[in-house]
Write a protein of this length. Structure first.
Length: 118
């Protein structure tokens, strides 16, 4: 559904920074994800994946902002969620949020993950 992103391994490796991520789950079916990105100013877009605990993608979205509310598309610049589906979360279920900060050459500079739900 989208152009592949690439991981950096040698000269400028991607940073795994789960502590840069915060999740407001006060509304468990529409949590708000916020993140910092002070470590790399090259990121121009952020790819977010919400997955179930088995690793199945529920949604995939890109934003230019450092915030995303599930499944509010107001600040989404590219939606790569399976076409025709409007995903939803269920209360008392466990999920995973995966974030990638991507630069203009499609290199992943920042990675953050966190479990949420229940």
């Amino acid at each position: 559904y989208c152009k592949a992103v690439r991981m950096k391994y040698n000269e400028d490796p991607s940073l795994y920074q789960p502590d840069f991520l915060s999740i407001d789950s006060s509304n468990p079916v529409s949590p708000i994800f916020n993140w910092e990105d002070e470590s790399n100013t090259n990121n121009i877009i952020y790819f977010q994946v919400v997955a179930d605990q088995e690793g199945n993608a529920i949604s995939g979205t890109y934003t230019e902002e450092r915030s995303f509310q599930f499944y509010n598309l107001d600040n989404v610049v590219l939606n790569v969620t399976h076409p025709g589906e409007t995903p939803s979360l269920m209360e008392n279920n466990d999920y995973q949020f995966i974030l990638m900060g991507v630069d203009a050459e499609n290199w992943v500079n920042l990675i953050a993950t966190s479990d949420f739900g229940s």
